[in-house]
Design a protein around this ligand. Sequence first.
Ligand code: GLN
Length: 237
Amino acid sequence: MAVVGVLALQGSFNEHIAALKRLGVKGVEVRKPEQLQNISSLIIPGGESTTMAKLAEFHNLFPALREFVRMGKPVWGTCAGLIFLANKAVGQKEGGQELVGGLDCTVHRNYFGSQIQSFEAELLVPELASREGGPETFPGVFIRAPAVVEVGPDVEVLADYPIPSNKVLYSSSAVEFQEENAVPEKKVIVAIKQGNLLGTAFHPELTADTRWHSYFLKMAREYGEGTSNTSVAVSGA
Ligand code: GLN
């Protein structure tokens, strides 16, 4: 039977487990490398990626997590989890942190700024609506959120977020705020998929909308059926 694991070192793992429960699925907490052998898919929650990486190092989880990804098992990273899954992270302190990697992208760790620049925004996600039904929009909860600033050719962009050009300017070292006229023109990528890997810069587990969880469960089911380790789209319900 397919078992969904949730990395439970730090961050919003309880909220992911609660969201899975609302869909009638039991999420299993994962803290040790050997526990990865008992699950068929994994969610890496949001939290604080440096702290999570330190704990993962302490538990010697990185080699096992990389192997899990390499085997083509479905993994979904939300926020700090997305940072974990990126091949490259920028905007972090010197030396950075260890990454699991797998998603051919560069993520800016704190693209939108610090805790006080956290925000909520309706995101347009046609793919989610067409596969899961419901509205075309999804309530994006962005908490000290990262964003994807570069993607490789095999990465599917599922959602981006238009930024008024006067509001947030990306630079490799800081996010700057300006007061001039708003011109909504710049879009940053906030949700991606590449084969067995899914990444969202926001926190679906903090909303009542379970469609991203349901989307991921379909990816996980398809892996169980031996068809998900490709970039072929997930079939509808
Ligand atoms: N930007 C945070 C980090 O670097 C992630 C924030 C989150 O997961 N809510 O870890």
